[in-house]
Design a protein around this ligand. Structure first.
Ligand code: FE2
Ligand code: FE2
Length: 192
């Protein structure tokens, strides 16, 4: 059942990134200059970890086993799987909006802002739904052999920003982010 703690911890890391995105938007709203590299860094983190590691492990291991042991969860599993797809699609829209903002200038900010805030709310709601509905049910119905498989899959995840061993290509990005981002993600001053 180690996977439950890993999933919760990954959700907490994601929540910290989403919080930072929202705070950065609030800072821009109050007149601070947009810093594109920070957004590129956070978006790369989201792409690498959430869409390439976290969600696929849920899709490939946790959800199928839960569906097998508790067929009444079918509608929920379907909904969450669709949300993974919708979130990835929304992410691409947000990335395109960042690119347009960077290239075309201020006029693109409202669209970018709206997408960032929508994305943050969407992913936060998604993780909350998993924690409220999926994890308690999985704890209830999954068997030891299921957990061995799921634990092994989630144990392989290495969070590129928060994990003990992140990919070397992330080390520069990580250093830059922790020094420029507010707590709880970074070492910068807390946002006021
Ligand atoms: Fe998920
Ligand atoms: Fe999740």
């Amino acid at each position: 059942m180690r996977a439950i703690a890993i999933i919760k911890s990954e959700h907490q890391n994601l929540a910290a990134v989403l919080y930072s995105l929202e705070q950065l938007i609030a800072e821009i709203d109050s007149g601070k200059q947009m810093e594109f590299p920070i957004f590129h860094g956070l978006f790369t983190y989201i792409d690498r970890f959430l869409d390439r590691y976290h969600h696929p492990k849920e899709n490939d291991f946790l959800f199928p086993r839960l569906l097998q042991r508790a067929p009444d969860t079918q509608a929920l599993i379907l909904q969450l799987g669709q949300q993974h797809y919708q979130g990835a699609k929304l992410f691409i829209e947000m990335l395109k909006a960042l690119s347009a903002y960077e290239f075309c200038g201020e006029g693109e900010y409202p669209h970018f802002r709206e997408l960032v805030l929508r994305y943050c709310q969407f992913e936060r709601d998604h993780a909350q739904l998993e924690e409220a509905e999926v994890l308690p049910r999985a704890r209830e119905v999954l068997e030891d052999s299921d957990w061995q498989e799921i634990d092994a899959a989630f144990g392989e995840n290495q969070d590129p920003m928060f994990g003990a061993e992140w990919d070397s290509e992330f080390s520069t990005l990580f250093n830059k982010l922790v020094n420029s981002l507010p707590s709880p993600v970074g070492l910068g001053d807390a946002w006021k």
